[in-house]
Design a protein around this ligand. Structure first.
Ligand code: NAD
Length: 416
């Protein structure tokens, strides 16, 4: 087995590769290696049993040279400062790659949301919000959903923030329910962006998305919506998985029916007409497009050689290790990196924030048209750099993102 490399270790290695290519000023490289601010909190709440629950949480703000901090909040038993720091750094590059005026941040609480009641989750979310209150806000740092947090979580954050302020502040979070200022199209935006990038990459291979075979790892917000949109565009979803296992059907799965099945049974496994397979087998399925949409370190040097997709579109953050990147590049697989492929989420979040600040509500067509234009431009920008530099799209995207952030730092100068 390969020695596991931590997400922050991976983020630092990616930054090093980009810095080398860009011949980045060593001082700016040092600045970018560490977050500007990391806040750790111990969240104590009353559990339903009557006892006290204590949870470790954090909010990491990486770099805000291009605008206020922005990033999701994750609830998961593996959340730690290392992982959240890596995710905050990726957010910085991601916002720069799609050229939206934000810096990168991320938050998380180490907990097992599957074993907590809705009331416990609400109390934990509200207590956490109160503890990071001084460091977030519409012009400081704007949270959004991530793994095992959703629109409801954002509603609790907005309400807690607004109650403390004394007036309603919908622009303090994105990914909210539409009834309280959420944007049309936000729930599907990450996945729409993933599929737009996959479609653009397919064009480079003279391949159409219609009729293409697609495998999706992870059947949460990003995975299921990516499967649904690709299916609606005429692709064939042959394999999907969640944390409990995977399923395969040569003739194609109906993602809507799989979603219903997961809602009923809590898992994609045992879906009628499909064959149960392992999570690993889903990744290794022969297909045109593979969408890893679960967690970090899914494609490593141990399984990269077995990947048989033509295109890998990273719905998740950090699913591929640097060693695996090289193997996929040598196999001529087009890898669309996370900081490009899943940037549709933060882009639609940005549109939500703009609508909130302007007290507007745009129709879904307007959001999706703007998103399409942004994603196609970002894809082409990265693709052009990758061809010019003869490098992986990940390095090209990093060069673009890190380069834009470095430029902003230089322009702002250092105070005092
Ligand atoms: P989610 O909680 O809605 O879904 C996560 C899914 O992954 C679940 O279906 C879970 O069962 C599955 N999973 C967990 N471990 C797995 C494993 N070992 N094998 C297969 N499946 C597994 O989370 P999400 O919001 O869909 O986020 C998924 C990924 O996308 C994360 O990396 C997240 O950071 C990234 N992302 C999310 C957004 C967004 O808008 N939600 C935006 C950008 C990036």
């Amino acid at each position: 087995m390969a020695k596991a490399i931590s997400p922050y270790g991976i983020a630092l290695e990616q930054l090093r590769l980009a810095a080398e290519k860009l011949k980045l000023d060593s001082g700016i490289h040092e600045m970018l290696k560490v977050p500007k601010r990391s806040l750790t909190v111990s969240i104590t709440i009353r559990m339903d049993s009557g006892g006290i629950g204590v949870f470790n949480g954090c909010r990491v703000q990486h770099m805000d040279a291009r605008g206020p901090f922005k990033g999701g909040i994750r609830y998961h038993p593996n959340v730690d400062l290392d992982e959240v720091t890596a995710l905050s750094m990726w957010m910085t590059w991601k916002c720069a790659v799609v050229d939206i005026p934000y810096g990168g941040a991320k938050g998380g609480i180490c907990c097992n949301p599957k074993k907590m009641s809705k009331d416990e989750l609400e109390r934990m979310t509200r207590r956490y919000t109160s503890m990071i209150f001084d460091f977030i806000g519409p012009y400081r740092d704007v949270p959004a959903p991530d793994v095992y947090t959703d629109a409801q979580t954002m509603a609790w954050i907005m309400d807690t923030y607004s109650q403390i302020k004394g007036y309603s502040v919908p622009e303090c979070v994105t990914g909210k329910p539409i009834s309280i200022g959420g944007s049309e199209g936000r729930a599907e935006a990450t996945s729409l962006g993933v599929d737009i990038c996959a479609r653009e990459a397919a064009k480079q291979l003279n391949m159409k998305l219609k009729g293409a075979t697609v495998a999706v790892q992870g059947y949460g917000n990003v995975g299921w919506n990516a499967a649904k949109i690709a299916h609606d565009w005429g692709a064939k979803i042959t394999a999907v998985s969640d944390s409990t296992g995977g399923i395969y059907c040569k003739e194609g799965l109906n993602p809507y029916k799989v979603y219903e099945h997961k809602q009923k049974t809590g898992s994609v496994v045992n879906f009628k007409g499909s064959q149960n397979i392992t999570n690993q087998e889903v990744l290794e399925t022969k297909c045109d497009i593979l969408v890893p949409a679960a967690l970090e370190n899914s494609i490593t040097k141990d399984n990269a050689d077995k990947i048989r997709a033509k295109i890998v579109a990273e719905g998740a953050n950090g699913p591929t290790t640097p060693e695996a990147d090289k193997i996929l590049f040598e196999k001529r697989i087009i890898l669309i990196p996370d900081i490009l492929a899943n940037a549709g989420g933060v882009t639609a979040s940005y549109y939500e924030w703009v609508q909130n600040l302007e007290r507007e509500h745009w129709p879904v067509e307007e959001v999706n048209t703007k998103l399409e234009t942004k994603m196609v431009k970002a894809f082409n920008d990265v693709y052009v750099v990758s061809k010019k530099e003869k490098c992986e799209m990940r390095i090209a995207a990093l060069m673009l993102g890190v380069g834009r952030v470095a430029e902003a730092i230089k322009t702002l100068g250092l105070w005092p």
